[in-house]
Design a binder for this molecule. Sequence first.
Ligand code: NAP
Length: 223
Amino acid sequence: MRSRRPDTTTGIVAVVCGSRPSSETPSRDDSTLRAFDRQTALLGLDYVDMYMIHWPTPFDWRAAETWRAFVRLRDEGRVRSLGVCNFLPEHLDRLRSETGEYPGVDQIECHPTWQQRDVASYCRSRGIAVEAYSPMARGADLDAGDGLIRAIAREHGVSCAQVILRWHIENGTIIIPKSVHAERQRENLDLFGFSLTPAEHAEIDALDGPTRAGHDPLTFSYA
Ligand SMILES: NC(=O)c1ccc[n+]([C@@H]2O[C@H](COP(=O)([O-])OP(=O)(O)OC[C@H]3O[C@@H](n4cnc5c(N)ncnc54)[C@H](OP(=O)(O)O)[C@@H]3O)[C@@H](O)[C@H]2O)c1
């Protein structure tokens, strides 16, 4: 299938919220497929590059049924890669045991003060790419470490945002920083003209702590 905008890379997150399957209600697969049709119609696209399950909701686990619908979309050429967000190792393993597959990507909250290294290394050891959402803790980490990020930025003549985003890149993490300002968007892409020294990189590593900016995947129910 051809996109009407073939030069556009589009990632969309699936928020799957249909009712439980029964003889009366449409199957889970059907509600996922209907959601996909609705979303791509709104986007004006025939296919998307990435489609993701947004939350694992382990207290109301539906990921395996949703994944089977995703596989159908992939087989039909309507999605190129399948991913998840906010999955912890136990959720990745459950998905694999029930569907035979790990996702291509796990998009998790990750920034200097909440690094989730255990989740990231679990993903990498199984060939799952790690994608950091809120890579700057929604802006809060720009001042992290009592001026440490600022000092490193000054040293390299770059911004605090560039220091943090460069640290992610050096960790092999995919990043999706958000800005509504064109100038900042350009800045957030300009990460390849400098590198952190090993000592600077280690200092940012050492900022890891218990400061989550978002929700806990074990309890959060988006739908
Ligand atoms: N999968 C999930 O469950 C999940 C959860 C949360 C977020 N996300 C996604 O993750 C992406 C980014 O996360 P996020 O928006 O939460 O946090 P973020 O990217 O860490 O931070 C965004 C904040 O940083 C500011 N900022 C961006 N670039 C800057 C720069 N160069 N200098 C100074 N400030 C800068 C932005 O302000 P301005 O906009 O004013 O520039 C905004 O306030 C979003 O696309 C979001 O949808 C996914």
